[in-house]
Design a protein around this ligand. Structure first.
Ligand SMILES: [Zn+2]
Length: 112
């Protein structure tokens, strides 16, 4: 079901990977002096996801990751694509352009 969201899910996962890779390189820079990184990259990214802000990757990146995670959770729960403000379905073109938007275009415009 919900095959229309498959492309969006893929896009979210790709973007998440990008952000985590960026975070990984920042973290590698930060921890280089204190010893080698964990070999298990998957373990690293989980860790980084948890302490993204502490790791200093920047609030914007951390906030984006949080939004992506929320959108992915909503996809799993079947609540994705519904405006958090008015409860209307969000236009699919808007979701494709901005996969983790949680408000429809009229609410987003009304709220600035
Ligand atoms: Zn709305």
């Amino acid at each position: 079901m919900a095959t229309e969201f498959d492309a969006i899910r893929r896009k979210l996962l790709e973007h998440k990977q990008e952000l985590l890779t960026r975070a990984a390189s920042v973290r590698a820079d930060m921890t280089r002096s204190s010893g080698p990184l964990e070999k298990d990259f998957a373990e690293q990214v989980v860790q980084m996801e948890n302490d993204a802000v502490l790791a200093g990757i920047g609030e914007a990146t951390a906030a984006e990751l949080a939004q992506i995670n929320r959108a992915l959770a909503q996809l799993d729960q079947g609540t994705y694509g519904v405006c958090s403000s008015c409860g209307d379905p969000i236009d699919s073109r808007r979701l494709l352009a901005l996969p983790y938007s949680d408000r429809c275009i009229s609410c987003a415009e009304a709220g600035g």
